[in-house]
Design a protein around this ligand. Structure first.
Ligand SMILES: [Zn+2]
Length: 539
């Protein structure tokens, strides 16, 4: 942290000023002194407000209750599912119960889908229930169990051999993912393996991955088009395994099949089936996959606000996407960002009910499919976007915030430093700042605002193995939430929102001169606004 202690600066300045008061300019100097003293009074008010925020966040935290109701009670929030709408309604009710005005604003429509049970059992050569889950938007088995042999995609096919092989998938379940040579994460190998065995495993894996990649190239299909070719050839289900390189963890994304179920099988069980097929045993499985398509359904952003008193048409925006993938319960992506912003709003309403500027929170729908909710909000609300003081977005897991970048705003140091100065040391000690930073990157909703030139900042968290263990995985559940860290983030964002709201100055939107791209030698471009997908998943 490189923050100048403002109060010390003011005191130093007053000392000098008092010594230099010229008789003729006395009234002007007194005026200046008054201004400065009122500055100190503001600083003292800041302290009182900061203390109240910290106290409420610490003594009366609602985070565990919010987390339990949202993650356990409602569950994952895939766009277009009834659970997403249930979450929208829950959030509005919560805000209303805290005396905060809130609404669900429709921004588009999505293919409606409802997940039912997935149950997969190996029934030959022995009985074993498998760890399995339909991919999002997978067709089901129409209320029945479907049985069949399992087949794998032979890695040595060329395009002619593939066409000859294709009819053999009729009536079978087809495995389309590479079998992982190990279910141990690399760091586990590195801790216990000999150098030689680690090397050997990695070489074998690279060789296998290359062969798998070449297979798809040779037969002329992609991960997206192959499942469709297989179902058209009569396959009764597609089995895949998207290992996330940690113990027992897979990523669960969307299906591409239109008629038959697409099912992710956990690494261990996928390997079991794969080895049985390879050894000549023809394993058989029973699959029951329930799911329902509900036509096109409306999609919403949940918006809540505490109206400003002095400058109600200027905004400070708290931002976190509400939707999730549905392998787990979206606990760290982005349940934690969601409950962090809700809790900050609850506290602000309690201790700072009459903000100078309006404090608005956006719980965006369909971030996962391309920042759709936030892009729609930016497109639909130019009047807000034009007068937004700052946006604070959090979306990379449950950890304490450790990085804040100026995102390419030339004067971001001035205001962010001013605001961060009021944050208690134990909350900000680990935060690295990077000013003026750059607008590049943009993997979450702040990018929708940045593209419109709005000072929008990503509050970036420490990892807790987010990418490997929880991001888009079947293990992204309540038990992974680190509440102490989320609480610390609540205090941080509540204070930043308060300071941004109170700031006598409007934030500068002046951008940096964009650096030259090393490869093309042309200047890099500031990101430009993109329209959201307003009708999604519909064929
Ligand atoms: Zn996310």
């Amino acid at each position: 942290m490189f923050l100048l202690p403002t109060i010390l600066k003011i005191e130093f300045f007053i000392e000098h000023l008092t010594l230099r008061i010229h008789p003729m300019k006395k009234h002007l100097s007194l005026y200046l002194l008054c201004l400065l003293f009122s500055g100190i009074a503001y600083a003292q008010n800041h302290e009182t407000m900061v203390d109240a925020i910290v106290q409420e966040a610490s003594d009366n935290s609602q985070l565990e209750l919010l987390g339990q109701e949202l993650m356990d009670g409602i569950g994952p929030r895939l766009v277009g599912t009834p659970q997403m709408q249930q979450a929208n309604e829950w959030a509005v009710k919560k805000y209303n119960s805290w005396g905060i005005a809130a609404c669900n604003e429709k921004w588009g429509e999505w293919k409606g889908w409802q997940r039912g049970i997935t149950h997969v059992d190996m029934v030959h050569p022995r009985i074993k229930s498998l760890e399995a889950m339909q991919l999002a938007w997978s067709p089901g088995t129409k209320g029945k169990s479907v049985s069949g042999e399992v087949l794998n995609l032979p890695v040595d096919l060329d395009s002619v051999a593939f066409q000859n092989w294709l009819p053999s998938v009729k009536g079978k379940f087809v495995m389309v993912s590479m079998q992982q040579p190990t279910g141990r994460p690399d760091e586990n190998w590195e801790e216990y393996g000999t150098e030689e065995s680690v090397e050997k495993m990695k070489e074998a894996r690279t060789k296998q991955a290359t062969a798998w990649y070449q297979l798809y190239q040779t037969i002329g299909y992609t991960g997206r088009t192959l499942p469709i070719a297989l179902e058209n050839a009569g396959a009764i289900g597609i089995l895949s395994s998207n290992w996330s390189r940690g113990f027992g963890v897979n990523k669960i994304f969307g299906a591409y099949t239109k008629k038959v179920p697409s099912i992710d099988i956990g690494l261990e069980d996928y390997g079991l089936l794969y080895r049985l097929v390879a050894s000549g045993v023809q394993p058989k499985i029973n699959v029951r996959a329930d799911s329902k398509f509900n036509g096109n359904v409306p999609t919403f952003n949940t918006i809540a606000e505490i109206r400003g008193t002095e400058k109600p048409d200027e905004y400070v925006i708290l931002s976190a996407h509400f939707d999730s993938w549905d392998g787990g319960t979206g606990a760290t992506d982005n349940g934690t960002g969601t409950i962090m912003m809700m809790e900050a709003m609850r506290i602000l309403k309690l201790v700072y009910p009459n903000p100078k500027r309006t404090i608005l929170v956006g719980h965006w729908g369909s971030e996962e499919q391309g920042l759709n909710g936030s892009r729609a909000f930016v497109e639909d609300h130019p009047e807000i976007i034009e007068h937004t003081q700052a946006v604070f977005n959090q979306d990379n897991g449950t950890g304490r915030v450790v990085d804040i970048s100026g995102q390419g705003f030339l004067h971001s140091y001035d205001y962010i430093s001013r605001w961060l100065y009021q944050v208690p040391d134990d909350v900000k000690d680990e935060i690295k700042t990077n000013f003026p930073g750059s607008p590049a990157g943009g993997g979450s909703d702040y990018a929708a605002f940045l593209a419109a030139g709005v000072p929008a900042f990503s509050l970036s968290s420490t990892s807790w193995d987010y990418g490997k263990y929880t991001w888009h995985t079947n293990r992204d559940t309540y038990d992974k939430i680190v509440f102490d860290d989320v609480k610390s983030n609540v205090i941080l964002v509540a204070i930043l929102a308060y300071m941004a709201s109170e700031d006598p100055e409007v934030t500068s939107r002046e951008k940096i001169v964009m650096p030259t791209d090393k490869r093309t030698n042309a200047p890099m471009q500031w990101p430009t606004p993109r329209s959201p997908t307003r009708l999604g998943g519909v064929d």
